[in-house]
Design a binder for this molecule. Structure first.
Ligand SMILES: Cc1cc2nc3c(=O)[nH]c(=O)nc-3n(C[C@H](O)[C@H](O)[C@H](O)COP(=O)(O)O)c2cc1C
Length: 352
């Protein structure tokens, strides 16, 4: 069964195409409930409840460090958008203001749009809204095979005044996308060259199909020390792109990949060599606690913030505060007064 909807195909130029595509993605996330796959695997992980936690709920310290910033709790506003259209800029502004208020990091969506259309640049000029929050720039790694290099990466970082750069890896999305860029050959070498020229950390990130041990090993050899595993089970990019395609490939592959839990388990041998961000289907503070116990330094959340970000900064803040309250409650019930003591603390996992 195809979920293709007639697309307004004859796009005037590349810039319009990118902006329209961003809007199509947002529409698919907001209107198709099955884009959310709800299969990240956290329900299989049970935690050891403490009836005598021996700590004061109000003294629970959820804070942690990230890129030399002290942050409120291990939450990251994950990459979503940016572009020439007003509503995309407003979404980013609301997210950035909320990042500042809640003292959490924020990543932007792909900045390719601003490389081909200057009007998209302002949607990424977010430092004025988040002067003290860690900000992460974003480009598709595959663009290194389509003309992008050090200059584009540096521009992406400079416009955002970013503390790090996400290079996203999205081979499934590009194959399903009607106009996708599908040449992923010999990217590792180009990523390596970028790490030698760029002076902020580069973080390799999937977009919802997980990173495998082989991917991590290639990344480590290319000089990468930060990974966002972005596993399967939350937002399905294959399904999103199926809305824009005229075939069923994206529906067939909508549940392709390693779940967030599987990918975190597979990251275990590399935990001493790199820092890992967990994301993909993290939907509440209990998921967050599980992801941190399994090796995530931070937990990235995207789709649950989209509808609030369309409304207002306050709506985003309220959503993040709910995650924080849930995270603090779970931490208390595990008897762990400091959030950093959750990391890789597998004794907190129940054997049942
Ligand atoms: C509307 C939307 C747009 C996204 N755009 C990007 C993007 O431009 N670059 C990127 O690296 N990831 C992008 N993502 C992927 C997310 O950052 C995240 O990796 C993925 O959605 C899994 O998280 P979730 O299940 O919490 O949504 C986007 C996600 C959403 C929901």
């Amino acid at each position: 069964m195809s979920i293709n909807q007639p697309s307004n195909c004859s796009l005037a130029n590349a810039s319009e195409q990118v902006t329209n595509r961003k809007q199509d993605h947002i529409d698919a996330v907001l209107n198709d409930p099955l884009v959310e796959r709800d299969q990240q695997g956290f329900e299989q992980i049970k935690l050891m409840h403490r009836a005598l936690p021996e700590c004061d709920f109000n003294a629970i310290d959820t804070s942690t460090d990230f890129l030399n910033y002290k942050i409120q709790f291990p939450f990251l506003i994950s990459s979503m958008t940016g572009g020439a259209a007003n509503n995309l800029g407003n979404i980013n502004r609301h997210l950035a203001e909320a990042a500042e208020i809640c003292r959490v990091p924020m990543a932007v969506g792909s900045q390719r749009a601003m490389m081909i259309d200057d009007a998209a640049k302002q949607s990424f000029e977010l430092r004025k809204y988040a002067p003290t929050a860690p900000l992460i720039a974003n480009l598709g790694a595959v663009q290194l095979n389509y003309g992008f290099g050090v200059d584009e990466a540096q521009r992406a970082i400079d416009v955002l005044q970013a503390d790090a750069l996400y290079l996203h890896l999205n081979p499934l999305q590009e194959v399903v996308q009607p106009e996708g860029d599908t040449n992923f050959a010999r990217l590792a070498n180009k990523i390596h060259k970028l790490t030698e020229k760029i002076d902020v950390p580069i973080i390799l990130k999937e977009v919802g199909s997980g990173l495998s041990p082989q991917d991590i090993e290639i990344g480590l050899a290319a000089g990468i020390h930060h990974f966002d595993i972005a596993g399967r089970g939350g937002t399905s990019w294959s399904r999103i792109e199926a809305h824009r395609a005229d075939n069923d490939l994206g529906v067939l592959f909508q549940d392709w990949g390693l779940t967030t839990v599987e990918s975190l388990k597979l990251s275990e041998p590399y935990q001493q060599k790199a820092q890992f961000i967990a994301s993909g289907g993290i939907r509440n503070g209990i998921d967050m606690v599980k992801a941190v116990i399994m090796g995530g330094r931070l937990c990235g959340v995207a789709a649950p913030l989209l509808a609030p970000a369309q409304e207002s900064t306050e709506e985003v803040v309220a959503t993040i505060e709910q995650f924080q309250q849930e995270f603090q409650t779970a931490q208390f019930l595990l008897g762990v007064p400091k959030a950093d003591a959750l990391h890789l603390n597998t004794a907190l996992i129940s054997p049942f």
